[in-house]
Write a protein that binds this ligand. Structure first.
Ligand code: PXG
Length: 440
């Protein structure tokens, strides 16, 4: 269907160069499997699985059917002091996949809400245990934890923080990020250099005293900032420091959960168990917005005291545990094992890594990074025009190569479908190469 100028003016698009976009809009009207259909009738390959969301492909028939059936059976029910059968079933299934000892989950509608919920739970947990001084939250430079005030405050993406600098929540500090081009460039998988950077948390403990620190939140593999895999041994050290000081460790797994790094949770792949895990995206394969916060049993149990008629945690969303979202989630969580998705994702890692690193030495490329099915090709910025080369790559891929490529500034990011075939990976990077060879 044609989209007139009038139709595209009203929508203020998220994280988009609106004026530039609206000059020549890239509008998507349909999707099936690994392809989008565009408004001008082309089939365009999606190299980003939605926005890290849709690892099973678009419009998976089982999820479509589950949503259709659920919306006709129970479209909505209040989630406070009542709950849908399907939300309870999803919670059971989700915690069964989670690391041992993490037997409870709380539902949200997005990654940002999962993060803010997790931060509030961490603060409230210490308080209900009589440790109310633990109010400080620690994030990491270059971290992305969504756009709500809590997540923004613990986040470390300068561009996202700049406009809101004076409005961050108080009591937040950041450990340094783990990227150092001097020591680790063109590394395949986890860098061997950098485990010691976890000690930066000790610096903040020394500054604030552990008795004032509630939690430390990191992405196990930093995503949005351009894929920064953790140095080998880094997360283990962070875990050890948190445990020693009674600081809760939160893994923000909005990207890394549900197969993106070859296991249900990044915690499992990386062999480090946090106290709280935040999720969204792949929970429903992106089909209906939904997130979940999964907590260690001790955290949940600490709240279960006082009179039984009293609400234990004054927190929740109108749409927490939404039945249609929960039905999509249940279907997605069933598909992952039924179709052997995590194994398939893992089997693709070698091919993906090979394809990405074949860009080492390309005239524009200054670094390549990857872990699991997360990959980045970082290009040098043009003089005086940072981000322009990335944007041009994105547009040229879309219009000339029928390929959707995600870019953050001049870094191209790749999140192939978990059920890609090796030839899909090859095709994606052949297209990318043609574009990079062509642009300045
Ligand atoms: N935490 C992490 C680790 C994320 O990656 C969020 C929280 C926020 O989720 P919501 O659902 O509120 O957007 C995210 C979101 C990209 C990209 O290009 C990444 C995200 C969103 C959009 C684009 O890397 N991550």
């Amino acid at each position: 269907m044609a989209t007139t100028q009038q139709h595209i003016e009203a929508y203020w698009m998220p994280f988009t160069a609106n004026r530039d976009f609206k000059k020549k809009p890239r509008i998507i009207t349909g999707a099936a499997g690994h392809y989008y259909t565009t408004a001008d009738g082309r089939k365009v390959y999606d190299s980003f699985s939605g926005l890290w969301t849709s690892g099973l492909g678009h419009c998976h028939p089982k999820i479509v059917a589950a949503v259709q059936a659920q919306v006709a059976r129970l479209d909505y029910c209040m989630g406070f002091q009542a709950g849908s059968d399907v939300a309870f079933r999803l919670a059971d299934k989700l915690v069964a996949m989670a690391p041992a000892g993490m037997g409870h989950c709380f539902f949200t509608n997005s990654g940002s809400e999962s993060v803010d919920s997790a931060l509030k739970m961490a603060l409230a947990y210490h308080r209900v245990r009589g440790d109310a001084n633990r109010t400080r939250l620690i994030g990491r430079e270059r971290g992305y934890h969504g756009v709500n005030f809590g997540g923004l405050s613990v986040g470390g993406i300068a561009g996202n923080r700049k406009m809101f600098s004076a409005s961050m929540i108080p009591g937040v500090d950041h450990i340094r990020h783990t990227y150092d081009l001097k020591h680790s460039s063109f590394v395949r998988g986890q860098p061997t250099w950098g485990a010691h950077l976890a000690e930066d948390l000790e610096r903040l403990v020394a500054l604030h005293d552990a008795s004032n620190i509630a939690a430390c939140i990191v992405e196990p593999v930093a995503g949005s900032t351009g894929i920064l895999p953790p140095p080998a041994g880094y997360l283990e050290r962070l875990r050890e420091i948190c445990t020693r000081h009674g600081i809760l460790l939160i893994f923000d797994e909005v990207i890394t959960a549900f197969g993106r790094i070859g296991e249900a949770f990044g915690a499992q792949r990386l062999g480090v168990t946090p106290d709280i895990i935040t999720t969204a995206k792949g929970l429903t394969n992106g089909v209906i917005p939904m997130g979940a916060v999964i907590v260690r049993d001790e955290i949940h149990d600490a709240f279960m005291q006082g009179p039984e008629h009293a609400i234990e945690l004054f927190h929740g969303y109108t749409y927490s545990g939404h039945p249609v979202a929960a039905a999509a989630g249940l279907a997605a969580l069933e598909i992952y094992p039924e179709e052997g998705i995590f194994e398939q994702a893992r089997s693709l890692e070698g091919r993906f890594e090979q394809a990405l690193h074949s860009f080492a030495g390309h005239k524009h490329v200054i670094d390549v990074r990857n872990f699991g099915l997360m990959g980045a090709i970082e290009m040098a910025p043009r003089d005086g025009a940072p981000g322009q080369r990335g944007m041009e790559t994105h547009k040229t891929c879309f219009w000339d190569e029928d390929l959707v490529v995600r870019h953050g500034m001049d870094t191209l990011q790749f999140s192939p479908f978990l059920n890609s075939r090796p030839e899909d990976i090859d095709m994606t990077f052949e297209k990318v190469r043609r574009v990079l060879d062509r642009i300045d």
